[in-house]
Design a protein around this ligand. Sequence first.
Ligand code: SAM
Length: 315
Amino acid sequence: MSRSVIDRKPPSQRPAAPTLGDRPKPGDRKPVTALTPALYIVATPIGNLGDLTMRARDILAAADLVACEDTRITGKLLTAFGLKRPLIAYNDHNADKVRPTLLDALRQGKAVALVSDAGTPLVSDPGYKLVRDVAAAGLAVTAAPGPSALLTALVLAGLPTDRFLFAGFLPPKSGARRTALGELAAVPATLVFYESGPRLAASLADMAAVLGDRPAAVARELTKLFEEVRRNPLSALAAHYAEAGPPKGEIVVVVGAPAAQAASADTLDAALRRALADNSTRDAAALVAGETGLPRKQVYARALELAREQTREQK
Ligand code: SAM
């Protein structure tokens, strides 16, 4: 009988297997010794520290310089992972001034990491002009992908994910918000918005008014202890938060596509055939238009076609 070769070091010599949620200690993992000179776009956790990828950690451990929105927040993140690197603030207030410094560092062959306070840099966070300028200068730029509230909310919403549009933050004032929503009303895709607790109820009410009462989800405190996803039509969500008051924490709102796109041609035909069995063409169209939210005219036109087909088949 052949014996398989198994590493049977005594327990004291085996490296401890890291488990999710273990708080890392300094020296847990040996950092990579040197990084290829480049700008590294590094995603960081949106709440749960266990979501920092091993690659992100290695890059942060070895980067010559870490550009971040807020040095206190990123300092805490690095400390939690037993890391200490030179930090430089790169945010909405100083980006134009600091960008040349970062480009110089890259030209000198340095490895520069860009992180935001949480999640993926450049997603409703600073960084795109830096990537643009680094690429234009012929310098290397790469990414260590990871957490983002956008995709986390999208995959939990229970709405179609095949086509979606990320619309970031809506304007704070209702008039401008309704105008922005009006521009999105006909987009045949699931919509994803970032929102704040104090504005949530008013924002949902504006969405219901402008987009129609679509299916939606409010995702709150994702990856954190009090993670919550509330799935309901927009009007019910608006009513809930108007009554309950502003929720605590960070929020993403996901809204279903317009009914015309959500209801496929097959779904419409099936609904119409069922309705035509017991109703006149006009009543069947009215019923299905109500069910699907599709324009009455469009549903009636299709109902007439199906009714004619049925009459022909019966002859
Ligand atoms: N770059 C980040 C990303 O990739 O998700 C987003 C930065 S943006 C300035 C911050 C907004 O993201 C918050 O106001 C909230 O709408 C959303 N967000 C961030 N973390 C979240 C979380 N844990 N749960 C729900 N929403 C979150």
